[in-house]
Design a protein around this ligand. Structure first.
Ligand SMILES: *Cc1c(COP(=O)(O)O)cnc(C)c1O
Length: 389
């Protein structure tokens, strides 16, 4: 069923009911499925018959979750993974050969960056990086062996925005696959396929679950590409567990209302911080002061739930701010109901040199806030008292 309304599809698209006529989708916690006879089994294995065989290949709960994301992103097909990183790795590994080349934004998720710099070179796959604020550099990096153009928008932790329409045009002109990690936006806010993306990746761990419970990942896009990724994954085993798929599918029913509220709270907090004397810079896509405000407005429905701020006083001030926080959580996750603050320079990016940190947009006083669903007055109150400290 498709009503073409995001909220309705997210809630009403579900598996067929079993003989028990359950209202909520049941959990199919089973590793395999049974056959009536040898002929039925043969037909399933030769794919003449589309049905579940083994939960590493497919499972009803996983399929329901994938189908919802496929519809939300306007994609053709998809496959779900145990984690966002399994989705990222499997996508590249399935589609690339030794000797292929990637052009990627420099500011990508930390583990994705590690894949590019540490692991892919082992298989003779090299990556060139462009500055997210200088998309005019991209074409000069493209080589005859370039196969994939890769980016995230908004970025982590700098909350920069890249013009997806421009990326789509470049990818088309040079016959590259455009792959977008859409984790920070969610399909409720932004649908990269509309701008020419061939594949869209999500860490479902973040806003899709949205309640800090399970890990998951998903790739959706063109069916021929998804088919390659499916065959690779069916044999290498990064599949999402049926239990996590069941949790995630249920979570998608509330994605729209949650993301609306996350973004409403984030915009209010961003406006408060913009006028605070202890904060030298606030970056939020839907603030007019954001360098790519116009692009954000063009491609995003709302500004997202992540705010980057620069606390005056550098590294020490950033750490002191975190120590003074009372209610918000100090945690490595984001996109949770709970507001989370992190200080990249002393934690996630502390192993990088100062120069590398700056190249990745990590300034010493940079604090990332993943705005949650607590009452906005309480969020502002906590941040405010921590800034005075
Ligand atoms: C968290 C994250 C990932 C990795 O997802 P996991 O579920 O933690 O493996 C990838 N990309 C982005 C943008 C993320 O925020």
């Amino acid at each position: 069923m498709s009503s073409k309304h995001f909220e309705t599809d997210a809630i009403r698209n579900q598996l067929e009911r079993s003989q028990f006529q359950e209202h909520s989708t049941p959990l199919y916690l089973t590793s395999s499925f049974v056959f009536d006879d040898a002929e039925e089994m043969r037909a399933a294995f030769t794919e003449e018959n589309q049905r579940n065989i083994y939960s590493r290949f497919s499972n009803p709960n996983t399929t329901e979750f994938i189908e919802k994301v496929v519809q939300m992103e306007g994609a053709e097909d998809g496959y779900a993974f145990a984690t966002g990183m399994a989705a990222v790795f499997s996508t590249f590994a399935a589609l690339l050969n030794s000797g292929d080349h990637i052009v990627s934004a420099r500011s990508v998720f930390g583990s994705t960056h590690t894949l590019f710099t540490k692991y892919f070179p082992k298989w003779n796959i090299e990556t060139s990086y462009f500055d997210i604020n200088k998309p005019e550099e991209i074409e000069s990096l493209i080589q005859p062996s370039t196969k994939i153009l890769y980016a995230e928008s908004p970025t982590n932790p700098g909350v920069d925005i890249i013009d997806l329409e421009l990326l789509g045009e470049i990818a088309k002109k040079h016959n590259l696959l455009l792959i977008i990690d859409n984790c920070f936006a969610t399909p409720y806010i932004q649908q990269p396929i509309k701008f020419g993306a061939d594949l869209v990746i999500h860490s479902a761990t973040k806003l899709m679950d949205g309640q800090g419970r399970v890990l998951g990942g998903v790739v959706v896009g063109k069916s021929d590409l998804v088919r390659e990724i499916y065959l690779f994954s069916r044999n290498t085993g990064p599949a999402l567990s049926p239990f996590n798929a069941w949790v995630l599918s249920k979570s998608l029913e509330t994605l729209a209302v949650r993301v609306e509220k996350h973004c409403e709270n984030a915009l209010k907090l961003a406006k408060f911080l913009e006028n605070h004397a202890k904060v030298s810079k606030v970056k939020y896509p839907f603030l007019k002061s954001h360098p790519q405000f116009e692009i954000a407005k063009k491609q995003m429905k709302l500004g997202g739930n992540i705010i980057a701020i620069e606390v005056k006083g550098g590294l020490e001030a950033g750490k002191n701010f975190l120590d003074a926080i009372k209610m918000c959580s100090l945690s490595a996750n984001l996109g949770d109901t709970r507001t989370i603050v992190t200080h990249p320079a002393s934690t996630t990016h502390s192993k990088l040199s100062m120069k590398e940190q700056l190249a990745a947009g990590i300034t010493p006083g940079l604090v990332r806030i993943s705005v949650g669903l607590e009452h906005i007055s309480d969020i502002i109150e906590d941040i405010k008292q921590a800034l005075i400290n």
